[in-house]
Design a protein around this ligand. Structure first.
Ligand SMILES: NC(=O)C1=CN([C@@H]2O[C@H](COP(=O)(O)OP(=O)(O)OC[C@H]3O[C@@H](n4cnc5c(N)ncnc54)[C@H](OP(=O)(O)O)[C@@H]3O)[C@@H](O)[C@H]2O)C=CC1
Ligand SMILES: Cc1cn([C@H]2C[C@H](O)[C@@H](COP(=O)(O)OP(=O)(O)O[C@H]3O[C@@H](C)C(=O)[C@@H](O)[C@H]3O)O2)c(=O)[nH]c1=O
Ligand SMILES: [Mg+2]
Length: 302
């Protein structure tokens, strides 16, 4: 199998470099043409639309995995055009190029396509109604791909974190080292999901193959709030000796923490369909956090 991974320097892309390598011949692109360690790879800016087809023609992949995205949720409110170019138009062009060449496309989307008014875990066909520009741009990307004619799988995931890259885990550990007390919202519920889990599940899926076009939900099991996630991060990090002291985390409301973008109050995702389709089981978010932080769980290449 020839695989083309786009966005190899992102949180998920970084883990996909590890998990996809055993599946076949893997070509990796980043926006700069360099990997995090400075070594060279292929270059692709997904908003440079004219570069997409030549790259696919040269690599001739059986499967394209798109881990690129504009993920700055608050900044997107002021950069609508950039967010839609990267998250909707680019993926649309990519999907049409995949369709033309007969390549399958694995793509990622977000819990922020939902408005958070739900009261039970969201299923794939529940109505979408994004609250912000980021979620709207990701939903538009889903729709472009669905209309492309490409064989595709769109995995909606949520609250992604890793020990590298920009994410809530790293923000908490940084702020916790600077301050004795933090304030974190306790009225937004979701599913913290490590990048390695998404990458491992993606590899298992591709081993079995993408049959019919679909959207599926992929998150760790259980649910919590950002406050609950922060508490768990500090509990585990302290127990593992990763931080010298444990800060106090005060629960606050969304109204106490004003941000440019509105976020869903409830965006727990139901993963039953993906589990059934591919025979997968996802760990509880607390166990997944432990495995991420525990030093002996470091993944090869991570
Ligand atoms: N982060 C999260 O909490 C969540 C993410 N997702 C989705 O999961 C997927 C992976 O996200 P994640 O790994 O967390 O994101 P990151 O922000 O960690 O990585 C995104 C990567 O995309 C690259 N990129 C951005 N714009 C372009 C472009 N125009 N052309 C090429 N590359 C580009 C970035 O490159 P550079 O390094 O050069 O900036 C970066 O390496 C995305 O589809 C995202 O929407 C879904 C739910 C939650
Ligand atoms: C840093 C900080 C954040 N918060 C709040 C703000 C926000 O409501 C929540 C999470 O903040 P963040 O900005 O880290 O998370 P955010 O960027 O909204 O994360 C989202 O990213 C995109 C890409 C997704 O697709 C989503 O699934 C989700 O992971 O925590 C606090 O309450 N206190 C704090 O000190
Ligand atoms: Mg990149």
């Amino acid at each position: 199998m020839r695989l083309l991974l786009l966005g190899g320097n992102g949180q998920v892309g970084h883990e996909l470099r590890r998990s996809l390598a055993p599946l076949g011949e893997l070509t990796v692109t980043t926006r700069s043409g360099e990997l995090g360690d400075g070594s060279a790879c292929e270059r692709l800016d997904l908003t440079d639309f004219d570069a997409i087809e030549p790259l696919l023609a040269r690599v001739a992949p059986n499967v394209v995995v798109n881990a690129t995205a504009y993920t700055a949720v608050d900044r997107a409110e002021d950069e609508r055009e950039a967010a839609f170019r990267a998250n909707a138009e680019g993926p649309g062009r990519l999907a049409r190029a995949c369709a033309a060449r007969g390549a399958a496309l694995l793509h990622y989307s977000t819990d922020y396509v939902f408005d958070g008014s739900g009261t039970r875990p969201y299923r794939e066909d529940d109505p979408t109604a994004p609250l912000g520009v980021y979620g709207a741009s990701k939903l538009a990307g889903e729709q472009e791909i669905a209309a492309s004619g490409a064989r595709h799988l769109i995995l909606r995931t949520a609250w992604v974190y890793a020990t590298h890259g920009g994410n809530f885990l790293r923000t908490m550990l940084r702020l916790g080292a600077e301050r004795d007390e933090l304030r974190v919202v306790a009225d937004q519920r979701g599913c913290p999901t490590p990048a390695w889990l998404i990458a491992d599940a993606s590899a298992q899926i591709l081993r079995q193959g993408i049959a019919a076009p679909a959207v599926r939900h992929l998150v760790a099991a259980g649910e919590t709030t950002w406050h609950g996630f922060a508490e768990a991060i500090f509990d585990r990090a302290y127990a593992l000796g990763l931080i010298p002291r444990r800060p106090t985390v005060h629960p606050i409301t969304t109204a106490d923490y004003p941000t440019c973008a509105q976020r869903p109050a409830y965006s727990v995702l139901d993963t039953a369909r993906l589990q059934a389709d591919y025979g997968l089981r996802f760990p509880d978010w607390r166990d997944a956090l432990d495995a991420t932080l525990a030093p002996d769980s470091a993944k090869p290449g991570a």
